[in-house]
Ligand binder design. Structure first.
Ligand SMILES: [Zn+2]
Length: 326
């Protein structure tokens, strides 16, 4: 995949070191190293350290104990340079909820660590969109958040209901009663731009920021190919029949644990019927209009998603370079 400028949550330079996870002695050795670092998550929000104007997500590993210990720790891998990086899910009591103005799109909870002015909790979407951390750090933080979200929501065995134990350096949970093993989830989502000549389909959900239109998206269902999921979602949400489907690129999307699979779909015509339950609006947009949205000069102040999201890059590719189907 060609580099997509600004695409968020992609940690290509990070060594996950998965072969080390099975060896508890090796994991303990890495954790005891002086340069071991921890990414802290509390109530699904990253904890950052303020050093002057700079923010940092990588804490000394001793902060886990200083903040009351972790519910779960996981070895995420090795940073460039070799420092081991762990993720830790702090206990809920480690942070205090001061207010909550969440709007269904942004997590606007105000969480604080009592007595620690040097620490700041900021939701991951704001970190990514605001460029508050170097992109590599944001990407690894995304992995930490998604993995810790899974642990927080999967404490009990889905088969027999018993409490499960963390295993394999935080990458599995084992049931001591029925012996079932449980692995972290990643939910595949297709996100697609249906195109026909000089026009493409964009839609908006009621929870989107005002004026923003994006590519349509939906979860892949059991027993379904990516291509079939793309055609089904476009048909269900917009009433557009599509033929050829082309893969573009993918992106981890830790809200809470999706893998966005970006595709282009070749529409069989301009028929249209919007599913008003799923979408507030959807319609065909011309290439000129798409360019105006990307460049933030649309006369009706309509906008496209930011470069953090793969939807931006789908739209950008088609708008400026076009897409060919075989
Ligand atoms: Zn069980």
């Amino acid at each position: 995949m060609a580099h997509l400028e600004g695409l968020g949550f992609v940690a290509d330079g990070f060594d996950r070191g998965s072969y080390r996870r099975d060896d508890p002695v090796e994991v303990a050795r890495l954790r005891a190293l002086g340069d071991a670092r921890a990414l802290l998550i509390a109530r699904e929000m990253p904890v950052l350290r303020k050093g002057g104007k700079e923010l940092d997500s990588l804490m000394p590993i001793g902060e886990i104990a200083a903040l009351g210990g972790a519910e779960v720790e996981a070895l995420l891998g090795l940073a460039p340079g070799g420092a081991p990086v762990f993720a830790a899910l702090l206990k809920d009591e480690a942070v205090e909820l001061r207010s909550d103005a969440s709007d269904g799109f942004l997590d606007r909870r105000v969480l604080v660590v009592p007595g620690r002015e040097d620490l700041k909790l900021i939701d991951l979407r704001s970190i990514a969109v605001g460029g508050l951390l170097p992109p590599d750090q944001t990407a690894v933080l995304a992995a930490a958040k998604a993995l810790m979200h899974w642990h927080a929501r999967h404490r009990f065995c889905a088969n027999c209901g018993a409490a499960t134990d963390v295993a394999v350096a935080g990458w599995r949970r084992d049931c001591p009663v029925c012996k079932a093993t449980h692995f972290p989830r990643t939910d595949p989502v297709v996100i697609m731009l249906a195109v026909d000549g000089d026009a493409c389909v964009l839609g908006r959900q009621p929870r989107f920021p005002k004026g923003m239109y994006s590519a349509l998206a939906g979860f892949v269902e059991p027993g379904e190919t990516l291509e079939a999921a793309v055609r089904r979602e476009i048909w269900e949400e917009a009433g557009v029949a599509c033929g050829a489907v082309r893969y573009f690129a993918s992106q981890p999307w830790p809200f809470p644990a999706s893998l966005m699979i970006g595709c282009f779909a070749e529409a069989a015509g301009r028929s249209f019927k919007v599913d008003r339950v799923e979408l507030e609006d959807a319609r065909w947009f011309t290439r000129d209009e798409a360019a105006a949205m990307i460049e933030r000069r649309h006369p009706d102040r309509l906008t496209a998603p930011t470069p953090v999201a793969i939807a931006h890059h789908l739209l950008r590719r088609w708008t400026y370079e076009g897409v060919e189907f075989e």
